[in-house]
Write a protein that binds this ligand. Structure first.
Ligand code: ADP
Ligand code: RBF
Ligand code: MG
Length: 203
């Protein structure tokens, strides 16, 4: 297995074109996940540059570097769909005001790469969960089950073009996950009821 290249992009990402945008399908991937999916990721949610919410209107929960190593060694930079769960972490310093409905398994879209639009120098894995949370959840544990690939990572000539593609990614993720072959992964043993149990015993 080659060493994962999380410190420098192998080649510049292509720039998004009008024809790419016009040809985007609403459902991607096979009717049931195929090898190498599902890919499991887990880590404590980190602070990034704060651009997801402020610049793009799309908050992304950032995973720590060590959580990405395995996926980066077997998958290319790009956008992926799957499920995620936020859990309260052991010894968490600040307890966010999350509700039970914030701690269940939820659909997500994930960007794995160097974010060429922002010229990042390190690979990141950022997850947007399709759910309105009651509060931020920095410091919480996040589990993600990646079930399929949506598109390559691209560079953009404008922020609006990136926002447009992210909006499409969210729709593509939801319609791809809506297929019967994906539903069983919401109750995968990787996900836990621990967050909910912790909340019940501390409230
Ligand atoms: P950062 O650069 O620190 O990651 P963002 O602007 O991307 O900042 O915001 C990410 C944070 O927003 C997450 O760490 C999480 O605490 C919070 N958040 C709120 N709603 C969501 C959501 N639906 N999906 C992902 N993160 C969310
Ligand atoms: N950044 C890019 O530079 N190119 C992309 O193709 C790209 N796709 C994204 C897709 C999704 C679904 C999300 C949530 C983010 C994407 N971003 C992309 C990352 C964006 O640059 C990142 O969230 C910001 O840098 C804020 O951390
Ligand atoms: Mg983020």
């Amino acid at each position: 297995m080659p060493a994962p290249t999380t410190s420098a992009p192998p080649r510049p990402a292509p720039v998004q074109t009008k024809s790419f945008r016009a040809s985007r399908p609403n459902i991607v991937g096979p009717d049931t996940p195929e090898d190498p999916y599902p890919i499991r990721l887990e880590g404590i949610v980190q602070h990034g540059f704060g651009r997801g919410s402020k610049d793009l209107g799309c908050p992304t929960a950032n995973l720590p570097d060590e959580s990405i190593t395995h996926m980066a060694s077997i998958a290319r930079p790009g956008v992926y769909y799957g499920y995620a769960q936020v859990c309260l972490a052991n010894g968490q310093m600040q307890m966010p005001e999350l509700r039970l409905e914030d701690l269940v398994v939820l659909p997500m879209v994930m960007s794995l790469g160097w974010n060429p639009f922002y010229k990042n120098e390190r690979m990141t894995a950022e997850i947007h969960i399709m759910h309105e949370f009651n509060s931020d959840f920095y410091g919480c544990d996040m589990k993600a089950l990646v079930l399929g690939y949506i598109r390559p990572e691209l560079n953009y000539i404008s922020r609006e073009a990136l926002i447009d593609d992210i909006e499409t990614d969210k729709k593509v993720s939801l319609s791809s996950l809506a297929r019967p072959g994906y539903h069983k992964y919401t109750s995968d043993s990787f996900f836990s009821s621990r967050g909910i149990e912790t909340l019940e015993t501390t409230s």
